[in-house]
Design a protein around this ligand. Sequence first.
Ligand SMILES: NC(=O)c1ccc[n+]([C@@H]2O[C@H](COP(=O)([O-])OP(=O)(O)OC[C@H]3O[C@@H](n4cnc5c(N)ncnc54)[C@H](OP(=O)(O)O)[C@@H]3O)[C@@H](O)[C@H]2O)c1
Length: 286
Amino acid sequence: MILVTGATGKVGQEVVRQLATAGVPARALVRDPTRASSIRIPGIEIVVGDLARPETLPAAFDGVERVFLLTPAAPDQVELQSNALEAGRRAGARSIVKVSVAGGPDAGTQIGRWHWATEKQIEASGLGFTFLRPTLYMQQMLFYAPSIAATGTISAPMGAGEIAVVDTRDVASVAATVLTEDGHDRRIYDLTGPEALSYDRMADAISDAIGKKVVYAHVPPEYTRKQMLSDGRPRWLVDDMIVLAASFRDGYGATVTSTVAEVTKHPPRSFRQFARDYAHVFREGH
Ligand SMILES: NC(=O)c1ccc[n+]([C@@H]2O[C@H](COP(=O)([O-])OP(=O)(O)OC[C@H]3O[C@@H](n4cnc5c(N)ncnc54)[C@H](OP(=O)(O)O)[C@@H]3O)[C@@H](O)[C@H]2O)c1
């Protein structure tokens, strides 16, 4: 049995759907079953559990052989993932497929260090593992949908930095493949889209998809910091986003890998494809 955590999120939902489509029985861990309507699919068993409450996990992990591990990036992520690892180990699981982040120990961000800490715990656990390290998700651009719809603008501190953004659906395809095939044990997969693009080029692709001019405006990092803090974003997140933006401006996100195609046997989606698929969101702003 495969257990999918983060099953109501961007990547996890798609992992569940792809397993169901492939006819692979799986179990989806959810905290609130009333929010699981999108994954109530034939072949998928919904189990209720909370990675912050280890006492809820033995039943959810019972009989599980492979675990898809994903939680939100947050200060408690190491603890949540450690709880999942322990529950998997106790249940006799054989392997864990963990969504991590590009850069591994060199990511330079707090989020990167948290992921790295969990990778080390999993390596030391004796379980089989595969780490998926995606670059920035294309779906992050949906954050700008309200301003794109309202004023046709994307404001960010990315300069002309190019990023090999990856579609969460392709991250999920890699995960679904690794969860259902042998041959991926102890592998670390750096996942990117098919090309590195600046925010200018992404704005052009969104313009073409929605039939309206969208312009990217670089803003100073300090402006973004103030904006995020006044929006109530936690300081650790703001600090990390500023570090990440600087590394993108310096070109650290530009490396393109062929891993998605090698693992899934399909080319990764282009940003143009992503923009067409989500054109309604960019047009309507939500
Ligand atoms: N954003 C990027 O560009 C990017 C790039 C590379 C890597 N990543 C990594 O990708 C991961 C985020 O992926 P995502 O965007 O798919 O996440 P997401 O959409 O935010 O989904 C998070 C999932 O975790 C679940 N969850 C939260 N707290 C939980 C708990 N205590 N117990 C059980 N489940 C819990 C949520 O369930 P509920 O419905 O119950 O809230 C939800 O299903 C992070 O590790 C991040 O570092 C992100």
